[in-house]
Design a protein around this ligand. Structure first.
Ligand code: SF4
Length: 379
């Protein structure tokens, strides 16, 4: 294996309680499970540090990393710091949730060089938070941002969800107003998606709740785009808005398809043009590291055609767009120009704001063209 990576992701598989819309791999937090996880992770770090790397971005996500104990966090952070070669300008992010973070934990994160917090706020409306099954309320979220600012974190991002049953455009606007008044530098907006095997899906199938209409959801996204632009946020990706210079470098490596290594159960890696993932089970993950090898399960090798597909559904998400050199594909994509969904500047293709609203449909049509067109396959 020769590939070099500059981005590292660490998955923490614990949450206090499962939110009813969530399909990520996570377990209820438990002290003994934390010990098992940390032991396995330190072993994985020992193996992974031997791969060629120089870290420019490091991201601890989950799950809920902030529900780890102080002792567990110290072990994890000191092992990362001591084991990997780190560039002088490291973007070091961690996801935290209101209710599982204290001033003491924030001090610890700062001491270990974490310089970017991603806070799982989701909403500043208590009814919406209750509906989602979150363990915090709006006041907890505001207080968490305030404490983080007091502790000197300058690069704070929050997540917000729209399209929640019962959510109104007015309620959404209020959440956005609160967000921009708090000196945060980055906002990620996610449409609530109804994932398989989640309690939310069951409830919706039973007709317990109605999702907002397509028009309402479009209205919420359009309002957010206009409002955040007005407040000085740049939309640099379909769901992500940042003050200049505060774009998330780590996530950009995913969209630009640069190599990265993922550690922890269910973490994904892209190394040497191959996509891998670790077992989505803490015990299987821990067990497979006993062999002294990484717990990788290979998904697929990215050949040229796959590279083109990935460029469409990952690269095109970014507002700077992608360069397409294949003539046939470029011609096909020009069909979307007439409907003002894509713009073209020579070979550079970008989604318009309108295109971003229907990006999944555009990606599906372009991918299906690539799969069925003999010319594209040859170019
Ligand atoms: S806190 Fe995040 S990872 Fe955990 S259950 Fe809720 S949405 Fe999922």
């Amino acid at each position: 294996m020769t590939a070099f990576f500059s981005s590292l992701y660490v998955h923490v598989p614990f949450c206090v309680k499962k939110c009813k819309y969530c399909s990520f791999y996570s377990l209820p937090y438990d002290e003994d499970l934390e010990k098992l996880y940390i032991k396995a992770l330190l072993k994985e770090i020992e193996i992974a540090k031997q791969l060629p790397h120089l870290l420019k971005t490091l991201y601890i996500g989950g799950g809920t990393p902030s529900c780890l104990s102080i002792h567990g966090l110290k072990k994890l952070l000191s092992s990362l710091r001591e084991s990997f070669k780190i560039a002088s300008e490291l973007e070091f992010s961690i996801e935290i949730n209101p209710k599982t973070v204290s001033g003491e934990k924030l001090d610890l994160l700062k001491d270990y060089g974490i310089n970017r917090l991603s806070i799982g706020v989701q909403s500043f409306n208590d009814k919406e938070l209750l509906f989602l099954g979150r363990i915090h309320n709006a006041q907890d979220a505001v207080r968490t941002v305030e404490i983080a600012l007091e502790k000197g974190f300058e690069n704070i991002s929050i997540d917000l969800i729209y399209g929640i049953p019962g959510q109104t455009l007015k309620g959404w606007e209020e959440s956005l107003h609160i967000a921009v008044n708090m000196h945060i530098r980055h906002i990620s907006l996610y449409e609530l998606s109804i994932e398989k095997n989640t309690p939310l899906r069951e409830e919706i199938l039973k007709g317990k709740f109605l999702l907002p209409s397509e028009d309402d959801i479009t209205g919420m996204y359009e309002f957010a785009t206009d409002f955040l632009r007005e407040k000085g946020f740049i939309k640099y990706e379909i769901s992500n808005f940042a003050k200049r210079g505060f774009e998330c470098k780590h996530n950009i490596t995913y969209w630009l398809r640069m190599p990265y290594l993922g550690l922890g159960p269910s973490a994904h890696s892209f190394i040497d043009r191959k996509r891998f993932h670790n077992p989505s089970d803490l015990f299987a993950y821990s067990e497979s590291l006993q062999s002294g090898e990484l717990a990788w399960i290979e998904d697929y090798r990215v050949d040229e055609l796959e590279e083109l597909r990935e460029k469409i559904f990952l690269g095109l998400r970014m507002t700077e767009g992608i360069t397409i050199t294949q003539k046939c594909l470029l011609e096909f994509m020009k069909n979307f120009e007439r409907e003002k969904l894509l713009t073209f500047s020579e070979n550079r293709v970008k989604l318009t704001d309108r295109g971003m609203l229907v990006s999944n449909e555009i990606f599906a049509l372009v991918l299906s063209h690539i799969d069925s067109c003999p010319v594209c396959k040859q170019e």
